[in-house]
Design a protein around this ligand. Structure first.
Ligand SMILES: *Cc1c(COP(=O)(O)O)cnc(C)c1O
Length: 356
């Protein structure tokens, strides 16, 4: 572990998150970080351009009210049920500190978003991993034990598997004494949002991001939805950390993203259609493909080592994600790309498999 005499103990002990590569080469087929292959709505770009001007000398609205209102309108909520932050990663960080830090350990799956244990390290939140079933599905009965909170993505990452709303509801009923956080980074690609349950469950918090389904990973906008008392806890942390997490451009672009529902639906549907096609073509190449409700697939090949496939793809300019983690080291996570990128992926994979 690296260390230095000037570092605090906590910094010396951190084990930071490692994001997927953002390569400087532009000719790569980039299928490694679940970005949307389609650009943002033209109306978003117009709104950002329109907000570029002298006003940048002013601080932005610390409460990002226009954005909260746009999200509240989209989901038929009150604005005091919405919290916004600089990407959902920041929103999640505040959640760990504000609502998940208790004496009892929080619970999350052994195979999940690898930022969760990192936040636990940063904020000293005790946690316990709950193994996914053999088929990498989440079994709600495994969460029936004392806990300081529960968090998981739905659909899960990196598996892409979706937990039905009825299962989420039983988790909420079984855990009324703790907060259940549903990280819906990928929900717009075919899942049913737990936002519908917020009014009935005071222990439910749902997070979403504009990075995936709304093609705005570069703008950094995420949000959380829950009853106002949970949102208030997040506001207290936010206002003790950074008054202006969202800049003027992000607020303007975020509002426009929620107003252009037609574009949003069209892009999600295009990704869903490509996913269906990619599933059948990868299966035809002998891959085992987990059922995905996300904008990526989690695949393995019975005759082929995942790390070797990763390297072979990379040599031919295609990058996908591989996790050197127990239980999933024979899987690759592949982001759904444009139709021509998916075609190229399939052609290169067919070539690699042919030379076995
Ligand atoms: C991408 C992702 C996030 C983070 O999204 P940002 O809003 O870009 O910070 C959060 N959770 C999961 C599971 C993700 O895959």
């Amino acid at each position: 572990m690296p260390t230095n005499k000037y570092w605090s103990d906590i910094v010396s002990e951190l084990d930071p998150y490692v994001p997927g590569e953002q390569p400087k080469l532009s000719n790569l087929v980039k299928l490694n970080t679940n970005e949307n292959p389609y650009g943002p709505s033209p109306k978003v770009l117009d709104a950002i351009s329109a907000s570029l001007g002298d006003e940048l000398r002013l601080y932005p609205d610390p409460n990002a009210d226009l954005l909260k209102q746009a999200i509240a309108r989209f989901y038929s909520l009150n604005t005091n049920q919405v919290f916004v932050g600089n990407g959902s990663d920041e929103v999640l960080a505040h959640i760990f500190q504000a609502l998940l830090k208790h004496k009892q350990p929080i619970l999350f799956p052994d195979i999940t978003y690898s930022f969760y244990p990192v936040y636990c390290g940063l904020y000293q939140v005790p946690f316990e991993l709950v193994p996914l079933a053999e088929d990498l599905t989440l079994c709600t009965a495994d969460y029936k034990k004392a806990n300081g909170g529960i968090i998981f993505p739905n659909p899960n990452a990196p598996t892409g598997q979706l937990l039905p709303l009825a299962d989420i509801e039983s988790l909420l009923q079984d855990n009324q004494g703790s907060v259940v956080v549903v990280d819906e980074a990928y929900i717009d690609f075919g899942g049913e949002s737990a936002i519908a349950l917020v009014d009935r469950y005071p222990n439910l918090l749902v997070t979403q991001t504009l990075s995936k389904s709304r093609s705005l990973a570069g703008l950094r906008v995420g949000f959380a939805v829950g009853q106002s008392s949970l949102i208030e806890a997040l506001e207290r942390v936010k206002n003790s950390f950074n008054s202006y997490p969202l800049d003027q451009l992000a607020i303007a672009g975020g509002v426009a993203a929620f107003e252009d529902e037609a574009y949003f639906k069209q892009v999600c549907q295009a990704v869903i259609d490509s996913r269906g096609q990619l599933v059948s073509e990868l299966s035809a190449l002998g891959f085992q493909v987990l059922p995905s409700a996300a904008n990526f697939l989690f695949v393995s090949h019975p005759q082929c080592d995942a790390a070797e496939l990763l390297a072979g793809l990379r040599e031919q300019g295609i990058i996908v994600r591989h996790f050197k983690q127990h239980r999933i080291d024979q899987y690759l996570r592949i982001t759904i790309g444009l139709p021509e990128q998916n075609r190229r992926l399939l052609d290169v994979l067919a070539g690699l498999l042919g030379c076995l």
